[in-house]
Design a protein around this ligand. Structure first.
Ligand code: ZN
Ligand code: ZN
Length: 417
């Protein structure tokens, strides 16, 4: 078995897939970008297109990554809040319900003036610690844990018995609208109780934040006060077999954003802090390449996530998306400068398309390339949506990716005798 000598490298450009763009002469950003390293891998390897969840289903990033890493998204995706919490290194207990939160600015009628309270909130940690003092008088008791992450973002955990994630969001998702009160989504005591607790937390948090000296100071400086906590994406911790248990491989995730780190941790990957990996357009891809090379010494499966392609797409920034793709290409080039391609099984793909013309995720298939030692290559010489349509992998599902990749390293178990 040659397995010991191989390392696996999965590179995901978030929302990298796209559609033709008039400003790029009707090319996609992947077609337009200069990507010698990805094209060379496509030429020597095998390509195809992939429906990450199912044909025509626009994937959210978390379920998409679960699928890419071989976990059935319909069985393993239990709401975004839990993955965000794990991404922040909060230990979740069974039964905890976690929410993604924003510090926001609301007026006296609880109408949302700024969903991000100005985005830059240096006082956020002080504000967060005041929220952890909230206690809600219910029986059985519930513990409130609120943690700030970056900018305006945070996570709320409700810990106790008889809690349910089946409740609606507080966050209407739009400015100029009033906040929503949480409602049970199923006719169940736990859901009713959780909605009541969440509403009470939000009400009390608003009282505390409204009177907080840090917010008074913000208002005096003409900044929007962070006077409300918008909660959404209630979720619980999924109980999943680890990637190591499934495949005997030790995995590590190199990512800047908490959601993806959380997904990776859920399946037992390490997800260390990578200095310079910001999750933004300014992310240092060479820092990621360096980390990948370092961790290849002691881990089998290296998963690198780059968020910038998706961010640029949501913001409609054509040039930035092209640049991000070129940065990903540079990152791949840097890794291959130091690591012999013959010792690697590499897959490069996206978790979904985020066409700039749509500014949101779509259900288009994404391009995929696989390069592995001894692989029978196809005739595709370029890594792009259109070129990969002609590839030898044909059209596969996200769940097929890991078995196909591992097969080339000879580490998949034989079916039958
Ligand atoms: Zn995504
Ligand atoms: Zn996105």
């Amino acid at each position: 078995m040659p397995m010991k000598s191989y390392k696996f490298l999965l590179i995901v450009g978030d929302g990298m897939g796209d559609r033709p763009i008039p400003e790029l002469n009707f090319k996609t950003p992947l077609e337009y970008a200069v990507t010698p390293n990805l094209d060379s891998l496509a030429k020597r390897g095998i390509t195809g297109i992939m429906d990450v969840i199912k044909p025509g289903i626009p994937p959210g990033s978390a379920p998409a990554h679960l699928a890419l890493l071989s976990y059935d998204p319909y069985a393993s995706y239990t709401g975004r809040g839990a993955f965000e919490a794990l991404g922040l290194n909060i230990k979740l207990e069974r039964g905890d319900v976690a929410f993604r939160c924003n510090f926001a600015t609301v007026d006296e009628e609880l109408k949302i003036m700024d969903r991000r309270a100005g985005r830059s909130i240096p006082e956020a940690d002080v504000l967060a610690s005041s929220l952890n003092k909230i206690s809600i008088d219910v029986d059985p008791p519930v513990k409130i844990i609120f943690k700030h992450s970056v900018e305006h973002r945070g996570v709320l955990i409700l810990r106790g018995s008889n809690l349910s994630p089946k409740i609606s969001d507080i966050d209407p998702g739009r400015e100029g609208e009033k906040i929503l009160w949480a409602k049970p989504l199923i006719d169940d005591y736990s859901a009713y109780r959780t909605a009541k607790i969440l509403n009470e937390f939000v009400r009390r948090a608003h009282e505390i934040l409204e009177d907080h000296p840090a917010n008074k100071a913000r208002s005096n400086k003409g900044l929007p006060p962070a006077n409300f906590i918008l909660c959404r994406g209630a979720g619980t911790l999924p109980q999943l077999k680890s990637f190591t248990e499934k495949f005997g491989l030790k995995g590590i995730c190199i990512a800047g954003i908490t959601l993806i780190k959380g997904v990776a941790r859920t399946i037992g990957f390490e997800a260390p802090l990578i200095e310079g990996a910001t999750g933004g357009l300014d992310t240092d891809v060479y820092a990621k390449a360096k980390a990948a090379l370092k961790y290849m010494e002691s881990y089998d499966f290296i998963f690198i996530h780059v968020k910038g392609t998706d961010t640029a797409s949501h913001d409609g920034l054509i040039e930035s998306k092209v640049k991000m793709i070129e940065k990903i290409d540079g990152m791949v080039g840097r890794i291959l400068d130091f690591k012999n391609v013959n010792n690697l099984c590499i897959a490069v793909t996206a978790d979904h398309a985020t066409p700039i013309s749509i500014r949101d995720h779509t259900g288009d298939p994404v391009p995929l390339l696989i390069h592995a030692p001894g692989i029978l290559s196809d005739d595709v010489c370029m890594f792009s949506e259109k070129a990969c349509m002609k590839g030898g992998l044909g059209r596969i599902r996200g769940l097929n990716l890991i078995p196909i990749l591992l097969n080339y390293a000879g580490v998949m178990h034989k079916f039958g005798e």
